[in-house]
Design a protein around this ligand. Structure first.
Ligand SMILES: [Zn+2]
Length: 700
């Protein structure tokens, strides 16, 4: 269980991995079955990517040159790609990130096939894991059998006093009942890991799904309850029993959700930091035997922990005390099968997909099994698979080029901070101390994770998944009370994403994203700065967004701003809140300007300093020539625009607007460039053009 509070301010939404709890991740990622049609579609997708045939490295046929860059820059940069890349049936959305992830997955596929065939003894574990996952015949033959031992334990629960050890056992294998437990740096002393108790226990993506009363939310809840009932029926309940038990499980989740903090509040570090002693936690929740829970999870002695949302835990205690034991058992059973469905027999996989794939996100058919299995192997053994990946997909040239760009971006941000007219020298000095302290991590970890304590058994797909979860859980537990190890990574090397960690004050770029269209050794520097350069700028700016700015150079939650400068920051940030709240996600749904503030700030600052860094690199030489008909500045903007080409199904767009702190691709492009006088100049836009905002927002 990777329980972390906003530790990773990343570049794109995690593939539902941190947005959802681990069990829920299972839902969107761990779903599918092989059909010839989708296999064909998938391989076409991969072939559709080819190294750009342009002089600059831009994908010229992705553009729509009939569009006017000053009217709709997104359409200009991406119109061709959007028209040619409808969402494949087995997806809820498809963009250039996914296109790249597909290529990375092809590489992983080759690696895993070789490992599964025994040709790579060094990678026996990932081969066995992958082969077990692929073996659908063996999995189907077992039905729900692999769940029996735990179902029996749940059935044997005879008193609420014995709940704690059972919750501990379920948490250990990745079943997130009631709440989540993990470790994280102490916000006020970020050099030390401390235990973290966080809200959880829900099957839907966010607490708002349980409390909103618009027609779409009401409909989704009805479909969700129906889904719970169908899984209960698959475990053997009669029709009426299944329906009744679904209502019971939903009642518990609704009670938990009602007391949970909303997503915007959870972005405020002060609202999710409540350091308590064990005794204080026990007093808050007298109905739950925490000592028995702690001994069940095998943690080192816990003297203090961050109880992120005390009101939630109070409610949890009340729920445990007032809910009939049989109803609690029904809820535990549901969460167990929910967390496991994707690695069980076909009927469970299909039903899981029917709700989480189709109803919630709009996908039409399961992803081919091998793709699901590649993804699960990456989730569970990512630093073994990643080791094989970087050998073939990431060379020293890419690492050196990226590091050079990082240093140039850091220098550009320094220039930017020094030149700000709204910040006093006192705060600037502190900002520069923080900037200089940011550590750069590129490609993959210096030391690979040691999986020797993890047992992978060929032919035991569910067991492998549970033991992997337990391995990860114990790894987190073992950190408690120890110094923070900043060399560890929160993303695996093949991941197409990047992150800034405010508690560690470092930026992290997995090898998976340092590939075209973000970076290519063959591409023109302007295009690389618009892609990878802006990603680097984005992560650096996170250190200074509305959340990151509250942490200091050492990662401590500590205010280093003068009150007047803080006020100036907030006034400027409000401009972004208002701007993005005006953008439409789908139908009547608007973006949430507060939820997306940090990411929008990072996009706007990131592209500006990427452009600055590019121009600084070329300042001493003659102006770079036009390529493919575009000036160097235009190519930086096009490089940025072209990483965001995407098509998204309406169901997914609706979901993301509610839970995703990132804006959709369209707004990440047009929202940013319309704030930049540099864009107006580069494309010679008239003052009243749509891409020239009257009230241009700017923080960094
Ligand atoms: Zn971000």
């Amino acid at each position: 269980m990777k329980t972390r509070l906003f530790a990773a301010a990343c570049f794109v939404a995690f593939p539902l991995a941190t947005v959802f709890t681990i069990a829920q991740t299972t839902a969107d990622l761990k779903v599918r079955t092989t059909t010839t049609a989708s296999e064909v579609a998938a391989s076409e997708v991969v072939q559709a990517f080819r190294p750009a045939d342009s002089a600059s490295g831009l994908q010229l046929d992705a553009m729509d040159k009939s569009a006017d860059a000053c009217t709709d820059f997104y359409q200009f940069a991406c119109g061709g790609w959007i028209a040619r890349n409808p969402v494949p049936a087995d997806r809820s959305g498809f963009g250039r990130f996914d296109e790249l992830q597909e290529r990375n997955n092809d590489t992983l596929h080759t690696i895993l096939e070789a490992a599964a065939a025994g040709r790579e003894p060094e990678f026996k574990k990932i081969g066995d894991y992958y082969a077990s996952c692929l073996d659908e015949t063996a999995i189907d033959a077992k039905g729900a059998g692999p769940l029996d031992p735990l179902l029996k334990k749940i059935a044997a629960l005879s008193s609420v006093n014995d709940l704690a050890p059972l919750v501990a056992e379920l948490h250990t294998i990745g079943v997130n009942v009631f709440f989540q437990f993990g470790s994280q740096a102490d916000f006020k002393d970020a050099s030390v890991e401390m235990a973290l108790a966080d809200q959880g226990g829900l099957g839907l993506p966010d607490r708002d799904y349980y409390v909103k009363d618009d027609a779409k939310s009401v409909e989704l809840r009805a479909q969700y309850v129906d889904h719970i009932a169908k899984l209960a029926a698959l475990l053997g309940a009669s029709g009426d029993q299944a329906k009744a038990s679904a209502q019971q499980a939903m009642a518990i989740e609704t009670a938990l959700a009602t007391s949970a903090l909303d997503a915007v509040s959870r972005r405020d570090p002060n609202k999710v930091y409540h350091k308590m002693s064990n005794a204080e936690l026990q007093a808050l929740t007298p109905q739950f035997m925490w000592n028995r829970y702690f001994s069940g999870i095998g943690s080192p002695p816990i003297y203090a922990l961050n109880v992120a949302e005390p009101e939630f835990f109070k409610a949890f205690g009340r729920i445990v005390a007032t809910t009939p034991l049989d109803q609690i058992k029904t809820y535990l059973r549901w969460q167990l099968v929910h967390a496991s469905a994707a690695v069980l027999a076909r009927p469970f996989v299909d039903e899981n997909f029917r709700f989480f794939g189709t109803a919630l996100t709009g996908a039409k058919e399961l992803r081919p099994r091998w793709k699901r299995c590649v993804q699960y192997t990456d989730n569970d053994l990512g630093e073994s698979l990643g080791q094989a990946f970087v050998k073939v997909a990431f060379g020293p040239q890419a690492k050196a080029d990226t590091l050079k760009m990082v240093h140039e971006l850091e220098s550009a941000l320094q220039t930017d901070i020094q030149g700000l007219d709204w910040m006093t020298p006192t705060t600037k000095k502190e900002a520069l101390v923080k900037l200089r302290a940011i550590a750069d991590k590129i490609g993959y970890p210096d030391h690979w994770r040691d999986y020797s304590a993890l047992t992978i058994v060929r032919g035991d797909a569910l067991g492998n998944s549970q033991r992997s979860n337990a391995f990860e859980f114990h790894r987190q537990m073992a950190k408690i009370g120890k110094p923070v190890d900043k060399s560890l990574w929160q993303m695996t090397p093949p991941t197409v994403n990047a992150y800034y960690d405010p508690l560690e004050n470092n930026i992290n770029f997995p090898a998976g994203i340092l590939q075209p269209p973000f970076y290519s050794a063959k591409a023109d520097a302007a295009v690389n700065f618009g892609g990878a350069g802006a990603v680097i700028g984005h992560e650096l700016t996170h250190g200074f967004d509305d959340q990151g700015r509250q942490f200091d150079a050492r990662g401590n939650l500590k205010d280093w701003w003068t009150p007047a400068d803080a006020k100036s920051f907030e006034d400027r940030a409000q401009c972004f809140v208002d701007e993005y709240a005006g953008f439409t996600a789908v139908d009547e749904v608007k973006l949430n300007g507060k939820l997306t503030l940090g990411e929008n700030t990072a996009d706007n600052g990131g592209l500006r300093i990427a452009l600055m860094a590019y121009l600084a690199r070329n300042s001493s030489s003659a102006p770079a020539p036009a390529l493919d008909g575009f000036t160097p500045e235009q190519r930086v903007f096009l490089g940025w625009g072209q990483v965001w080409c995407e098509n998204v199904r309406p169901e997914r767009a609706r979901m993301l607007a509610q839970i995703n702190p990132h804006s959709p691709g369209h707004d990440r492009v047009n929202g940013v460039v319309s704030n930049m006088p540099e864009f107006q100049k580069a494309f010679a836009c008239k003052a009243d053009a749509p891409m020239v905002r009257k009230n241009q927002c700017r923080v960094w």
